[in-house]
Design a protein around this ligand. Structure first.
Ligand SMILES: Nc1ncnc2c1ncn2[C@@H]1O[C@H](COP(=O)(O)OP(=O)(O)O)[C@@H](O)[C@H]1O
Ligand SMILES: [Mg+2]
Length: 263
């Protein structure tokens, strides 16, 4: 389909990496038996945008990510990806989960290299792995075993494994949910940095409203299978924790999650 690039916020179009993809979701529904989990989701995400998805436990956030990843079929509706040149795309889409899921018998570098898949020449593999480990600030741990790493470091290896193949879309399903508060904050800074440097489209599911507002260009609140609030966070990156304007947005999001407002 044709695309008017002028419709996109300028900063996003410029920020997006060449491989970043836009996501177009229309009338998306998903039921498991009689359980109507997603009940008509319409969502257009420009290439390179960082979107956070929040909502109560069980509201369908992970299901939405699995559909994005092609791991689950929608019951109805459409999902389409579009390259930055406006053509239909089949983007490289990767996901990071709450648990790092590392292979204990492989070194940090080999765990990251798993993300490249089979058949990659050794020199390319070494170069890409070294580059991504330095991106997540783990270059000096390349030869270590996962068991010697802290929780935050393990999650950085999981992030490296997802990023090593240069995804156009990165899905993150509560990736910082198991980390302690201080590690979370430093991981948020790292996530923001890699997103700004690599320019992929990011879809982050999180329970943490402050994290959503700190990282995302836009926060979508899901409730009972529908989007009940789609809130732009129009602040430059990187952001400072404790900014009162962001705290106000957090309050509005919390009210939407708790069902106090609809908008
Ligand atoms: N494969 C599945 N089979 C049956 N029900 C499922 C399946 N996956 C998710 N569900 C149900 O869909 C609902 C939403 O789940 P999920 O997307 O994991 O929620 P969230 O990530 O927001 O906590 C829940 O009621 C869950 O039990
Ligand atoms: Mg979930």
């Amino acid at each position: 389909m044709s695309v008017n690039v002028l419709d996109r916020p300028r900063a996003e179009a410029e920020h997006a990496a060449p491989q970043a993809a836009a996501i177009h979701i229309k009338g998306l529904e998903k039921s498991f038996g009689n359980n109507r989990v997603l009940r008509g989701i319409d969502l257009d995400i420009p290439a390179g945008q960082f979107v956070a998805v929040i909502g109560k436990s069980g509201c369908g956030k992970s299901t939405l990510l699995r559909i994005l990843m092609g791991l689950e079929e929608p019951s109805a509706g459409h999902l389409r990806f579009e390259a930055t040149d406006g053509s239909e795309a089949q983007p490289n889409t990767r996901i990071v989960f709450q648990e790092p899921r590392l292979l204990p018998w492989l070194s940090v570098a080999d765990n990251a290299a798993v993300g490249l898949g089979e058949g990659v020449p050794q020199d390319v593999l070494r170069k890409e792995t070294a580059s991504v480990l330095s991106e997540v600030q783990l270059a000096e741990k390349a030869g270590e075993w996962p068991s010697s790493l802290s929780g935050g470091q393990k999650q950085r290896v999981a992030l490296a494994r997802a990023l090593v193949s240069k995804p156009g879309i990165l899905a993150l399903d509560e990736p910082l949910g198991a980390l302690d508060a201080l590690t979370r904050v430093s991981m948020q800074e790292l996530l923001n940095l890699v997103w700004r440097e690599l320019g992929f489209t990011a879809v982050l599911v999180t329970h943490d409203v402050s994290e959503a507002v700190h990282l995302a260009d836009r926060v979508v609140v899901l409730d009972e299978g529908r989007i009940v609030l789609d809130l732009a966070i129009p602040h430059a990156h990187p952001r400072r924790h404790g900014n009162p304007a962001l705290a106000e947005l957090e309050g509005r999001l919390l009210a939407a999650i708790l069902g106090e407002i609809r908008g």
